[in-house]
Structure formats: structure tokens, C-alpha cells
Design a protein around this ligand. Structure first.
Ligand SMILES: Cc1cc2nc3c(=O)[nH]c(=O)nc-3n(C[C@H](O)[C@H](O)[C@H](O)COP(=O)(O)OP(=O)(O)OC[C@H]3O[C@@H](n4cnc5c(N)ncnc54)[C@H](O)[C@@H]3O)c2cc1C
Ligand code: FES
Length: 584
């Protein structure tokens, strides 16, 4: 039996998760809105039907896109301070919130109370950057062995993407069913605390400088951390795909919709279309349907598995059978709920209508006019796999190589997850996409290795834990290989964009604007950047960069390698110059 829909009628909240007496009333463009204390501003605004957040230089509005602090499309002004990411800003008081204009007023440097003290540099034995599956495991084991561990994460709650947690508020827990992901994350966080890990949430690392200087910003103060060892576990972000209309408010990544729902009990829309490539889309479509949303369809780039998928499925079944069966259950439940799973389809375009969005799918691969199908929906979710968040690793100088099978840079590591730099380890998706279970195993392996390198002696139990992790890692890597063979599809780059579709979202550049840069810039995408400003926006080229690197390499007839990508530059996450100077 499928669950009965439970959407609140007057908002986008799952029924029963509306703010109670503990709620906060804030103003958005003068409109009073009631939200839950502790939820993100993005969640409170989405729940109230407010989708248009920042305005671009040429006028159109943008809204929540990545939902994880990467794209910078959700910028708002909070109590007069511009440049605040609604998806990362906690609603904790009655704020005055306004849409962010393209050129916010300059801020004066605040040298008063919060800024005037020089904070001493932090000097832990081990800094773990990222509190997801990989980082939590690494921090816990190293702390259990005796290291002084500082774990830093920019999200308000630990858990990362796979283990993202629910807002700890009455109502949410009772109305959003608990599941293994929530419970697993709770257990990992509790273990880290028990082991004595110092956890700093809501703190972002905005710069990394050789030999091992990390710059932290907690929303008030910028400060230096100079650890003896560093484990980077910064995860991944979702690939976007430029198609006409992909910058419209209401079009967002699948993961953004998942965070709204799982952490805050908010639906991205009451009727939605999900499109992309990979299993996360199936999972999120079901989570939304179970929570009461109408999912019009799930479009999957890959063809339906057939006899040719047998060896890949066998590889999955013999390595991690429970995950294979979980996938089968997703497909069966989608069918039971009457949600079409359209294999061999790609999102072709989205346009705004009087009531919402019209999304068009087309056969993929195929000719431009390959048969298409249209849906009227309130939100479109796109998830075309992931890209490693490797800026910190690259900024420090850790060697990377391009992996043609995965289509992204992979950090070069030894069997202990040590990078080309003696004091730096990399675990989880930031080093190369491997999924949550591989991230957990790598965390354990790196936690042990980092502790040993600090001359600490692990217990027999810690050594056994790492041995178990090594065996698990081999299995999970085999599973991932099989999984992505099942979801293998020709990956569109700019083919669905057309000349006028924005490719660089931040600088509002279409492919036709960038083409002259290629013509002038035979030296690669660095020259394209200088000639066109592509990649110079606030997302730091995270969305357009991989695509332009591929196009530039193709034009030059060379293979992709690390040098083909833009060099990472500080700040890797935007920080106001006023905050950098004030922390000086
Ligand atoms: C949006 C999204 C949703 C996903 N949902 C699922 C899912 O439901 N199921 C699934 O199997 N896989 C999911 N994945 C894949 C997932 O990334 C991995 O399987 C797993 O979470 C990897 O663990 P990790 O430790 O490598 O990274 P993560 O769990 O992503 O943890 C990385 C952490 O690093 C922090 N961080 C990153 N950069 C900085 C910085 N500069 N300063 C401070 N902190 C920083 C982040 O806040 C985050 O908490 C999702 C991925 C994304 C991007
Ligand atoms: S939606 Fe907030 S930064 Fe991307």
C-alpha cells in the first residue's frame, strides 16, 4: 500500500511540520513569513512559495539551485548585509530579508565587538575538513587513538550529504519517517562526540595555502588553522546541465530538493519532474512521492537495463547485494505508484508559464527533433551525477589526474589515502566519486594512518577496524563500477543548450558569448576566462568549468588533464573582503 499524501494545503510543508509556537516570524520584501527556528532561510522561503531570490545584472530572478552553498544563486540580503546564501543561513531570529540585487551596497568594515579581537590560530594535531560519511569516520578513529581532532563543516548540522540530519525540532521527527540514513548519521555523529572530536559546525574553509594554512570563517570571524595533519573530506556537488530555462527559479538540483524535504520537511513543489542520470534521482523521487508530492515522471539518460547489463548487475550483486536490492525496490515502488521511469530521456527545456513551469523531455541520444513529451509542474529537479569538491586539495597542490571513465579529476593517493603531500589525506567523494560506503571505509583507513603518522599507537581494535574497512572498500568500489555501467549513457555537454542558453550562470554567458574566447584562446580555458569572464563569477566556475575544459580540450585536440581545468583560487567559498580584513 502506498502512503496517503500529506501535504499541508496552504504551504509546501509536509503536513504536521508547520511552525508551532517555537516558530519565528521574519519579513521577506516586507511580507511577514513564519518559519521554524533553525531551518534554513531557503526552506522557510520555499515553504511560503517564495522562489525568486537574487536578481541578475540583466534583470531575471534566480532561486535555490544547488541547496548546498555552491552555486550562489540563492543570495539574499539579511538585516542589511548582502551576499547571504539562503540555503546556508539559519533562521534564528526575526530577520529582515530582501532579494539580493546584482550590485549590493558596499559594506563598511566592522571593527567593533565581534571583529576587534585577534583570534589565536587553531593548532590541532589533526584537522578533518568535512563532517560527512568520510570525515566523521576519520575523525572518530583518529580521536579514539589519541589525536586532538578538530572537525570543521560549513553546514549547520553534521552528517554531510548522505547522512544529512533533520532539524532537531518538535513536529519534524514525528512527521518525517525515520530511516536508516538518518539513524546511521546520528550514530556516526554520536560516536565522533564520544571519541572527543571537537566539532565546529557552520564554519567554512575559504582558503588553503601552502604548506598547511587553512582559513576558516564562522560567519563573524575569519581565523587561521594550522594543523599538523589534514584530512580533506569535502564531498561532491551535483552536475548541472545547461538547457534552455535551467536558470529559472523552481529548477533546482535533485539534492537541493532532498535537503529541503529530509532536513526541513519542505517540498520543492507539489507536482515535480525529476530528470538526470543515476540512482539518487530514483531515491529522491520516491521520498517526495511518499511525502505527498505528485511526481510526474523520472527521466533517466541511460537506456533501460537489458541483457547487456547482466555482468554489471552480477558485479553489484556479488559485492554489495543489499544496495542492489534497494535499487530494485525503488524501481518497483515507482511503478506501483504509477510514476513513469522514462529511460533514454533527457530534460530538453523548461519555460515559465502562468501557473508554474513547462518542462520538455526528449529522447537521448537522438536527433534534435527526437520525440518529446511535456509536463506542467511546479518544480523541475535535475541530477546528472556529481563532481568532486576538490578545490582545497588542488589549492594545496595535491596531484590530480583526469579519469576518462568517471569524467572528472581524481586525487592521486596511496593505499592509506595519503595524497602527494605527506601531511594531507583525502577521503570520500572529494578525491573521486565512490559513494557513501566507500567514503566511510576510506575515513577509517585515513584516520588510522593520520594518527600513526603523529606517532600515536593504535589499539588492536582500531587496527581490526581499518582491516575491515579495507575489505569493505574493495567491495564498494566493485559495486560502484557495476552501478555506473548500468547507468552508463552518452553524457550531454552543451548539445542540449543551443547557442543562446546560459552556460556560465554567474556571468550570464551563453555558448555564443564564449565561442570567440575559444577562437582567440588556443592556450586553453585560462585564455577563454580572460577573454570572456566565463568562470569568474561567485560559483568559481564549478558548473561551467568542467564543460568548458572539455570543449577547449576537444578544440585543441588534446587529452584532458589537471592543467586543462581552471586553477583553484582563493576564496574557494565567497567571503566579504570586509570579513577578511577584519580578521587580519
Ligand atoms: C546534494 C547531494 C545529495 C546526496 N544525497 C545522497 C543520497 O541520498 N544517497 C547517496 O547514496 N548518496 C548521496 N549523495 C552522494 C554523497 O555525496 C556521498 O555518497 C557521500 O555523502 C559522500 O560522503 P563524503 O564524506 O565524501 O561527503 P559528504 O557527505 O558530502 O560531506 C562533505 C562535507 O564537507 C563539508 N564541506 C565541503 N566543503 C567545505 C568547506 N569549504 N568548508 C567547510 N565544510 C565543507 C560539507 O558541508 C559536507 O558536510 C549526495 C550528494 C550530494 C552532492
Ligand atoms: S542554492 Fe544556495 S548556494 Fe546554491
Amino acid at each position: 500500500m502506498c502512503a496517503t499524501p500529506t501535504v499541508a494545503t496552504d504551504s509546501f510543508r509536509v503536513a504536521g511540520t508547520e511552525p508551532g509556537p517555537e516558530g519565528v516570524t521574519f519579513e521577506f520584501e516586507g511580507r511577514p513569513i513564519r518559519g521554524r527556528r533553525g531551518e534554513s532561510l531557503a526552506a522557510a522561503l520555499t515553504a511560503a512559495g517564495e522562489r525568486e531570490l537574487r536578481r541578475t545584472r540583466t534583470g531575471p530572478s534566480r532561486g535555490l539551485f544547488c541547496g548546498m552553498g555552491v552555486c550562489q544563486e540563492c543570495l539574499v540580503e539579511v538585516d542589511g548585509v548582502p551576499g547571504q546564501r539562503a540555503c546556508m543561513t539559519k533562521l534564528d531570529r526575526p530577520m529582515q530579508v530582501r532579494r539580493q540585487d546584482v550590485l549590493p551596497a558596499a559594506r563598511t568594515i566592522d571593527r567593533s565587538a565581534k571583529h576587534n579581537a585577534h583570534a589565536a590560530a587553531l593548532e590541532p594535531d589533526l584537522m578533518v575538513l568535512g563532517g560527512g560519511a568520510g570525515g566523521l569516520n576519520a575523525a572518530t578513529l583518529a580521536a579514539k587513538i589519541g589525536a586532538k581532532v578538530l572537525l570543521v563543516d560549513e553546514r549547520p548540522m553534521a552528517g554531510g550529504q548522505f547522512y544529512k540530519q533533520r532539524l532537531e525540532a518538535s513536529g519534524i521527527a514525528g512527521n518525517l519517517p525515520d530511516d536508516a540514513q538518518f539513524a546511521g548519521g546520528r550514530a556516526l555523529i554520536a560516536r565522533a562526540r564520544q571519541a572527543g572530536v571537537t566539532m565546529m559546525q557552520g564554519v567554512q574553509v575559504w582558503g588553503a595555502f601552502e604548506p598547511l594554512d587553512l582559513m576558516l570563517f564562522d560567519g563573524k570571524q575569519s581565523r587561521l588553522c594550522r594543523p599538523k595533519r589534514l584530512i580533506v573530506a569535502t564531498g561532491a556537488y551535483e552536475r548541472g546541465l545547461p538547457v534552455p530555462g535551467w536558470t529559472l527559479p523552481g529548477v533546482m538540483t535533485t539534492g537541493a530538493a532532498q535537503t529541503l524535504l529530509r532536513s526541513y520537511g519542505v517540498l520543492a513543489g507539489k507536482r515535480l519532474l525529476v530528470a538526470g542520470n543515476g540512482p539518487l534521482n530514483l531515491q529522491v523521487a520516491l521520498e517526495l512521492a511518499r511525502a505527498g508530492a505528485a511526481v510526474a515522471a523520472v527521466a533517466e539518460l541511460a537506456p533501460a537495463p537489458g541483457p547487456g547489463s547482466f555482468t554489471a548487475l552480477l558485479q553489484m550483486a556479488t559485492s554489495t547485494p543489499d544496495l542492489l536490492f534497494q535499487g530494485r525496490r525503488y524501481v518497483a515502488e515507482l511503478a506501483r505508484r504509477g510514476i513513469p521511469l522514462l529511460h533514454g530521456h533527457a530534460l530538453a527545456s523548461v519555460e515559465k508559464t502562468g501557473t508554474g513551469l513547462k518542462a520538455r523531455l526528449r529522447r537521448w541520444p537522438g536527433a534534435q527533433d527526437a520525440a518529446s513529451v511535456e509536463f506542467d509542474v511546479g518544480a523541475v529537479l535535475m541530477g546528472y551525477g556529481f563532481m568532486p569538491s576538490n578545490e582545497i586539495l588542488r589549492a594545496l597542490g595535491c596531484l590530480h589526474a583526469f579519469d576518462p571513465a568517471c569524467g572528472h579529476l581524481v586525487c592521486q593517493r596511496d593505499a592509506e589515502c595519503r595524497t602527494s603531500l605527506e601531511a594531507v589525506y583525502a577521503v570520500g567523494d572529494c578525491a573521486g566519486l565512490g559513494g557513501a560506503r566507500a567514503a566511510e571505509a576510506e575515513g577509517v583507513i585515513a584516520g588510522l594512518a593520520a594518527a600513526r603518522s603523529l606517532n600515536l599507537s593504535p589499539s588492536a581494535e582500531a587496527i581490526r577496524e581499518a582491516e575491515t574497512a579495507r575489505r569493505a572498500l574493495r567491495r564498494h568500489r566493485r559495486f560502484q563500477q557495476g552501478l555506473w555501467r548500468v547507468f552508463q549513457a552518452p553524457r550531454p555537454m552543451a548539445e542540449l543548450a543551443g547557442g543562446e542558453t546560459l552556460v556560465c550562470r554567474c556571468e550570464e554567458l551563453a555558448l555564443s558569448d564564449i565561442e570567440p574566447g575559444f577562437a582567440a584562446g588556443s592556450a586553453g580555458i585560462g585564455a577563454v576566462k580572460r577573454a570572456t569572464r566565463a568562470g569568474m563569477g561567485r560559483c568559481q566556475g564549478r558548473y561551467c568549468g568542467p564543460m568548458l575544459a572539455r570543449l577547449a580540450a576537444d578544440r585543441q585536440g588534446v587529452a584532458l588533464d589537471e592543467a586543462a581545468y581552471w586553477a583553484p583560487r582563493p576564496p574557494v567559498k565567497p567571503i566579504a573582503i570586509a570579513d577578511i580584513i577584519a580578521g587580519d
